[in-house]
Design a protein around this ligand. Structure first.
Ligand code: DNO
Length: 351
């Protein structure tokens, strides 16, 4: 397991030096944020980012994300231009030593929550998804709580996208994904860069848009579209775990045994009776997921990919990017590290 931490670049209130001070930290997870989706990232900007990260003694191994242009997901004739740019980005990132690229294939919206600052019992605040709040939201007219997205749209652009997606059902989305993968995976393999798709969050359709990276059957189908280890997963426990139909421990076990998980996002969620959920501290008793069991199966399967603590609550008076403050994610990192160290010792008979 290679412990890593997401960093949003020079404007991030969480400084690289602080991340460096978290024991056992190995790699930064970052991206170029000032280039429009679908365009090429310059070699200079990639190397400048690499140097900033390496200057504090961390690795520049994981990119999250190289976002996929909507024209690719929609299967428009303009997609080939964006796919060509995507291939260039893979090649240039590999020149800078990048090992894993995370991306997603969610139409229009990335991860979605209905409230970003829900006060929990202990006074911390967290991101939540309440079904009744979602039902009242209309992305075309109202305000949405859009947390850490790489893209934001005007109302006109949104209306245009919704219109285009009215012709894209799940099967069309599958075939557009297949087209994309058949183009990029050979390039990723040649460059020795592992592609790691992030599951849809939440893992079901919202606002009538199709979502397909949602459950075990669909992850199996995804991996078979191009049955090559360079076509792999970012297994996000909180995204898959926010629906009770997913057995996260068994999915982590299966896909890590197959060597198809290149990147783990570890966080906990508390499922509520009506299918809503709240993000919680990483510690298992705080949520519905058993983080120890998840780490156990990874350890048993000799997982040697990248793993980052995912969203944290806001605690100790910190304010900042929802889900991406320093303190609670650092607690999560140490909790995960403690579990891993214990598992290591036990497996070596040192108990
Ligand atoms: C949320 C993140 C996602 C993820 C993208 C990958 O916190 O995990 O936004 O970065 O879906 O493309």
């Amino acid at each position: 397991m290679k412990l890593s931490f997401r960093w949003y670049g020079v404007d991030d209130a969480v400084k690289l030096q602080y991340i460096r001070q978290i024991p056992s930290m190995y790699s930064i997870v970052t991206a170029i944020y000032d280039v429009p989706v679908g365009e090429k990232w310059s070699i200079e900007s990639i190397f400048s980012l690499k140097n900033q990260v390496e200057n504090v003694g961390l690795k520049f191994d994981v990119i999250e994300s190289v976002p996929v242009h909507e024209d690719i997901k929609l299967g428009l004739s303009t997609r080939d231009k964006y796919i060509a740019n995507y291939k260039e980005n893979i090649k240039n990132l590999s020149k800078a030593g990048v090992k894993v690229i995370c991306y997603n294939f969610m139409p229009v919206f990335d991860w979605t929550r209905t409230q970003l600052d829900k006060v929990l019992e202990d006074g911390s605040t967290a991101l939540v998804y309440y079904k009744d709040q979602l039902e009242k939201m209309d992305p075309l007219t109202g305000e949405l709580s859009l947390p850490g997205w790489d893209t934001s749209y005007t109302k006109d652009q949104l209306a245009d996208l919704f219109e285009k997606y009215s012709k894209v059902d799940e099967e069309v989305l599958w075939s557009n994904l297949e087209y994309f993968l058949k183009e990029i995976i050979p390039v990723a393999e040649a460059c020795d860069v592992k592609m790691a798709i992030h599951p849809d969050d939440p893992p079901y359709s919202i606002f009538g848009l199709p979502r397909i990276i949602t459950n075990e059957k669909n992850l199996d189908r995804f991996l078979k579209l191009v049955d090559n280890k360079y076509n792999g997963l970012t297994l996000c426990t909180g995204s898959l775990g926010s629906a009770s139909f997913n057995d996260v421990v068994s999915m982590v076990d299966k896909y890590s045994r197959q060597g198809r998980i290149h990147f783990m996002h570890v966080r906990n969620v508390k499922l509520l009776e009506d299918g809503s959920f709240e993000e919680t501290a990483h510690y298992s008793p705080c949520g519905s997921l058993d983080i120890v069991e998840i780490m156990k199966v990874l350890h048993k399967n000799n997982f040697d990919g990248y793993l980052r603590p995912d969203h944290g609550r806001m605690i100790w008076g910190e304010s900042g990017r929802p889900g991406y403050g320093l303190f609670d994610r650092a607690l999560g990192a140490m909790y995960i590290t403690g579990i891993w160290e214990t598992l290591d010792k036990i497996s070596k008979g040192d108990n």
